[in-house]
Design a protein around this ligand. Sequence first.
Ligand code: SF4
Length: 355
Amino acid sequence: MNKSENVNMPKRRISKQINIGGVKVGGGAPITVQSMANTDTRDVMSTIRQIKELEEYGCEIIRVAVPDMEAAQALKKIKKGIKIPLIADIHFDYRLALAALESGVDGFRLNPGNIGDRAQIKQVVLAAKERAVPIRIGLNAGSLPKNNKVKNVATRMVDSAMEQVLLLESLDFDLIKISLKAFDVPTTIAAYKAIAKKMPYPLHIGITETGTPRTGIIRSSVGIGTMLYIGIGDTIRVSLTADPKEEVIAGYEILKSLNLRQHGPVLVSCPSCGRTEVDIIKLAQQVETELQKIRKPIKVAVMGCVVNGPGEAKDADVGIACGKNRGVLFKNGEQIGVVEEKDFLQALMDEINKL
Ligand code: SF4
């Protein structure tokens, strides 16, 4: 098992708990990893196929875009074909929200203020309440209502979210989750810190439009990781311009980095240096690929020499410290053998599979 250090982290903010299709969010529940399908929601088969693949990677809540009535009605079949809670992403038309509810969605992402007049909003909120379907008030810095008096984006996001929350509360609805996402990391953190103090509701955290995995994962990790470290965040989405399974993988890596969740293996590998006498980069990549097929929360170390190698390898469930032509294999802290370079990968995998 991954060993977590006994280090005191700042206390987690305990929010009001909501239940999204059987998955608890907030109130101290494990921080969940979610993603958004990038298929055409009207293409039911492709959407189900993608969501099922995401389920395999550990996605716990999935959101889909609902641009029109055909998409809203397709949700019914999609819901039947998947196991995880389904969230409908809706803008501008309250009728889409009502149709999505009819289709059996487990949650919404919408901004009550942009889906209709008060009577229409009331209709949606009462229907959601009747089915105990939570609503995420999801604000993005790029689509904030204009307010020339307040220049600060974080403040505008918080003010706008508060307005939307008050609107729902005025309709006696409190199954609320909030997100306030911007591309700028300090802005996003400032907004979440402010709303966390003002509101008891769970927070869906993320940095938006972060780009391709190379930069997007770093930007998301810094933003989401900082918030999680200070105790803010109940569910996360890493937004990437990529296959959504990359978002799920990155989400778990962020949570694992802070010892907040265990999910699949952790690979420790050295950066390599002038002491390295084997192709450690290639070996680490091969091991990483093999580990993607494993769900056990184990720690595996691939190290390039006998200086720092044995310490890390001993600390892992299975590890190897590689020297010239040979490597020393460790399991559960004990040296268990010496293997030839050509057998490094196989020997490691054999021991991992025996765990
Ligand atoms: S473990 Fe050894 S080979 Fe790897 S970076 Fe450290 S000193 Fe260099």
